[in-house]
Structures are given as C-alpha cells and as structure tokens.
Design a protein around this ligand. Structure first.
Ligand code: FAD
Length: 394
C-alpha cells in the first residue's frame, strides 16, 4: 500500500519547515520533500533580519509591520540562541533624503506597532559617542538615530525549525525532488524522485513552499490550478573582512537613495546588502553580478572610510537570493511584501501554494496555512503550540 500523509510539503526553506512544524504540532502526519538541502534557496540568502521592516511603513504596509514585530517578539522569546536583538543606527547627513522629522515619526509609529515594550525604545546617539560607531564617516553628519531590531542566521533558524518538526514526528526526505501531483476528490497523489527512482505517496493536502520555484512547482499539478502573476527580484550581499561590531547601520545608497544594511557578521566580518534587480532564468543559477558587487562596495566605502583601504578592498564572499513578488510595473521597493497564500479551492482545499513573504513571519504564515487547510484535514488532538516550542541552535 502507498504511504499516506496528512500533509506533504514541497521545500525545506523557512516556510516549508514552518508548515511541517505547524502541521505536526496540530497533530497531523507530515512529509517534507527537499530537492537539495535545508535552506538551499532564499532562506540562506536573506539579509538575516528578524524585523518589522521600518521601510515598509513608507509604503503603508502597517498590517505586515505589526505582524512582523509581533513575530519578532515571539522569536526573541522562543529562539534566544538564534535571534538576537541588535541596535540599528540610521545616520543622517546633509545629503540624506529621509530627514530627522520623518525618522522620528517613523520610529514612533514603529514603536507603537510593536506595542511599546523595552525592545521598542529609540533615540539619538550623542555627538560625543559618534567615535564609537565602527569608524562611520562623520563628515557632514547631522544626527544618528538608533532603534532596535533583531538579527539571526537564516540557515541555522531554518534547520532549527525542521529539527523541531522532526522531533514531533515530521519526516524529511532529501534530496527528493517533487515532480508532479494529481488532485483528486479526497487525496492528492504526489510524485517525487528520491535515490534515483520515481516514488509516489498520497497526501490529504499538499503545500507548495518551493520559494522561487513555487510557480513552476504549481504548474506540475493537475488538474491545473491558478498561479498568480509573479516576478523574481534578485538581492545580493557581499561580505567584507573587518568587523562591524556596534550594530546594524541602515544607510542610503549615495547613488540612488536605496536602503542598504551594513551589518555585523560571523568571524568579525561585515555583511552588506542588498540590491534589487529583476531576475529571469533558473533560480538555481542566481549569483551576484559584478555591477551589484561594485554598487555594494561603493556604499560600504562611502560610509566607512576604512573599507577604502587596500586590505579591505575585496569581498571575502558574496551571495544572491530571490524575492518572489507580485508582478508589477513599478520599482520592486513599492511592491507588497505580504505572503500570498493561494489555494485550489477555498472550501475543499487540496493544494496551497506559498508565494513570497518574509523570513520574520514564517511561523504566523505556517499557522495561517494550516488554518486554511483545516476544512480538508481530519480532527486531531493538538500536540503543541508553535509559539511555545523552543528552538535551539543544535
Ligand atoms: C535578498 C533577500 C533578502 C531578504 N532579507 C530578509 C530579511 O532580512 N528578513 C526577512 O524577514 N525576510 C527577508 N527576505 C525574505 C525571505 O528570505 C524569504 O521570504 C524566505 O526565505 C522564503 O522562504 P521559502 O521557504 O518560501 O523559500 P526558499 O527558502 O527558497 O525555500 C524553497 C525550497 O524549496 C526547494 N524546492 C524547490 N523546488 C523543489 C522541488 N521541485 N522539489 C523539492 N524541493 C524543491 C528549494 O530547494 C528550497 O530549499 C529576503 C529575501 C531575499 C531574496
């Protein structure tokens, strides 16, 4: 007899891991199929911030910011080894586009949306302390605002969520590539390649959490189901030798005013990103272009003169990831960062696809996904609440 699972998940990125955890916590059996390795896609190539997204206030995405800040608080509580509160600095120079009054309004709203706890304090760094800011250029500097947000290691976080799901009984097959599915009245028949051969299993529901591959995975499902119009936007980071230790610097690119983060990273390095460039092609082939690397180097050198010195001139590493955004004509910055959950049938769902979203909101999205699939799932006793399951680094 073929193996049957309540929930089969395509992809072991943060969303696939989260859905598997939410499924087993809710009492269901779950299988995750991952074509390469845990967090092989966007979930190891992000800016690694667990944040509300201060800049999303500019595009009026208040619901997303509030939910992200709520999730930030939850993750600080359940994953203290993996998610760390950091000071973020916003330097304001004579040429900076966002003026102090705008920052004060933005930071006040951000604190309000976060519920005004100790993590929501903000202020300005006194001029006498500017010398302690990792060598930040003070020429023309008018003020430095600070606030707090959190940083993680996205790959380790995804691994921790998968481990938590496995501890509650989820199965992970890897490398196992989803190759197609047929939706029936009571089940989904799922096909995948594993160990060099084709396999099949049955699922009560199938969750497509294939990240940048989610559109192509959805097209492998018959009868065909709606696939929204999507766009892949590449974001690159570089790693520079030389520590950034005081916190995360949130600066504007001197070239076009885009927001760029200059962050502390492992082994006394600095992580700088990101860019936003439309991507066409095979998501597995995404890599930073030399134009992007030079753009990010230019930002780092502009704000931190020590990165102009020859020893610190070249990145020790670079990587690129893909955001999945609703298609549109304007700049990617203004596009919604909300996660899109698309089902084949709202009343009797068999397949749910997850498009886009944020690392920060994985737990809330996973809970929402399982909630939407409930009409098709059997009644099972709850095993755990995901906002109480502790996530550890090992
Ligand atoms: C440059 C950049 C910076 C970002 N920065 C932040 C940030 O600082 N904070 C934040 O909150 N969010 C950030 N994000 C967003 C966040 O990284 C993503 O929303 C999140 O990682 C998406 O996770 P996912 O699980 O949906 O996709 P992925 O992590 O891409 O996972 C999809 C998985 O599916 C697997 N897969 C695909 N096809 C198949 C198949 N046929 N069979 C089996 N497996 C398959 C892939 O191998 C992959 O492991 C950023 C995104 C980018 C691109």
């Amino acid at each position: 007899m073929r193996q049957h699972y309540d929930v089969v998940v395509i992809g072991a990125g943060i969303h696939g891991a989260g859905v598997a955890q939410a499924a087993v916590a809710a009492g269901y059996s779950a299988l995750v199929l991952e074509q390469t390795q845990i967090a092989a896609g966007s979930s190891s190539r992000s800016s690694k911030l667990i944040h509300g997204g201060l800049r999303y206030l500019e595009t009026g995405q208040l619901r997303l910011v509030r939910e992200s800040l709520h999730e930030r608080a939850t993750l600080l509580r359940i994953a203290p080894e993996l998610v760390h509160l950091k000071r973020f600095f916003i330097p304001v120079y004579r040429h900076t586009r966002r003026r102090p009054w705008q920052l004060r309004i933005g930071l006040s709203l951000y604190a309000l949306l976060a519920g005004l706890g100790p993590a929501t304090r903000f202020g300005t760094v006194p001029r006498r302390d500017w010398g302690s800011l990792d060598g930040l250029d003070t020429t023309g500097l008018q003020a430095v605002y600070w606030y707090q947000d959190a940083q993680t290691d996205d790959r380790l976080l995804s691994q921790a969520v998968i481990r938590s799901a496995q501890q509650l009984g989820a199965e992970l097959l890897l490398p196992a590539r989803f190759t197609g599915a047929s939706r029936g009245a009571a089940n989904v028949s799922v096909r995948y390649q594993y160990g060099g051969t084709e396999h099949e299993c049955d699922a009560t529901v199938l969750v497509n959490a294939a990240g940048p591959w989610a559109g192509s995975a959805a097209r492998l499902i018959t009868p065909a189901m709606p696939v929204p119009s999507l766009e892949l936007v590449q974001g690159s980071h570089i790693v520079l030798p030389g520590p950034i230790s005081q916190g995360v610097y949130y600066v504007e690119s001197p070239r076009d005013g885009r927001a760029v983060f200059i962050m502390p990273w492992h082994d006394g390095q600095a992580l700088i990103g990101t860019t936003e460039v439309r991507f066409h092609g095979d998501p597995a082939q995404v890599h930073p272009s030399s134009t992007e690397i030079h753009y990010l180097l230019g930002v780092a050198r502009h704000y931190f003169p020590r990165f102009r010195a020859s020893g610190a001139a070249e990145p020790s590493a670079s990587f690129a990831g893909l955001r999945v955004l609703p298609a549109g004509t304007g700049h990617a910055f203004y596009r919604s960062r909300e996660t899109l959950l698309v089902m084949d049938d709202a009343a009797h769902p068999r397949v749910l696809s997850i498009y886009g979203g944020k690392l920060t909101t994985w737990r809330a999205v996973a809970q929402r996904a399982i909630g939407l699939l409930r009409p098709s799932l059997p009644q099972r006793p709850l095993r755990a609440r995901t906002d109480e399951l502790m996530l550890s680094a090992r």
